[in-house]
Write a protein that binds this ligand. Structure first.
Ligand code: NAD
Length: 238
């Protein structure tokens, strides 16, 4: 029986920690005008309101900023070259929220990472590359597959954990996994107005040992990680 790795309890645990910070600050969200950004923005705004984190429209007023052209001190999604440099040098100020969300999700469900053979599909600076780095820090052995990788299934079939962050619906199919596979779906795609991941959930869940759903998997954990870093930024008063 496949185990479903829901993000909700992970997100709630992170939110509890965030709520303990007395000064939770203000955030500004500067994202492009597209469907996946709109749902991301809505999710951040909803959770921020629950956590008493004010969403402001100007980066000047905010402690933490999500989006482009950011002061590194306020870059709570770790997207500036300076903060990515710190991350890769092993002295992170913040961590990229989605990559860290995957780590938190796996740890919450007691998935051991040291010595595991992990395939990350996707090599963006937002998700794939920083995630591979965080997994290396956990002593996993990491393979990064991407749009130019030939025959991805030869890597995924022998992996303990498969994490897809490609933004391609239906990319990970049942024949690419085995009965011990743990499958984490980062993809947030819109097909006929419906949010779907990269993984063929219906069929992969019949083979794999554990799988995260979309929606309801990595997504809520990402917003919680982001807002915990907003609270950190407000506490540090950078
Ligand atoms: P991106 O487009 O910047 O990068 C996609 C990566 O996938 C690229 O490195 C590319 O080489 C690889 N790729 C594309 N097609 C492929 C294929 N057919 N086979 C193998 N690799 C392929 O996207 P991104 O910003 O890294 O986001 C990836 C996905 O994760 C998107 O669906 C995005 O919406 C989603 N996302 C989700 C969250 C969340 O909280 N759940 C947060 C950020 C991004």
């Amino acid at each position: 029986m496949v185990k479903i790795l829901y993000g909700k309890p992970v997100a709630e645990k992170i939110d509890e920690g965030t709520a303990k910070n007395s000064n939770r600050g203000k955030i500004a969200i500067l994202l492009p005008d597209e469907p996946s950004s709109a749902s991301y923005r809505q999710a951040i705004e909803k959770k921020a309101s629950k956590l008493n984190i004010e969403v402001v429209s100007s980066a000047d007023e905010a402690n933490g900023v999500i989006g482009e052209t950011i002061d590194p001190a306020k870059d709570i999604d770790c997207q500036t070259p300076e903060n990515l440099g710190k991350l890769f040098a092993g002295v992170p100020l913040y961590k990229p929220a989605t990559a860290e969300a995957v780590i938190q999700l796996l740890k919450y469900y007691d998935v051991e990472l040291p010595e595991k053979n992990i395939v990350v599909i996707g090599r963006s600076t937002v998700v794939g590359k920083p995630l591979a780095h965080l997994l290396l820090e956990e002593n996993a052995t990491v393979t990064i597959c991407h749009s130019k990788t030939k025959n991805i299934s030869r890597f995924t079939k022998i992996a303990d954990i498969i994490i897809s962050a490609a933004g391609k619906p239906g990319l990970v199919t049942a024949d690419m996994v085995n009965e011990n596979s743990i499958v984490i779906d980062v993809g947030t795609n819109f097909v006929e107005g419906k949010m779907v991941g990269d993984v063929d959930f219906e069929n992969v869940s019949k083979v794999a040992s554990a799988i995260s759903p979309v929606p309801g998997g990595v997504g809520p954990v990402t917003t919680s990680v982001l807002l915990s870093q907003a609270a950190k930024s407000a506490m540090l008063k950078l």
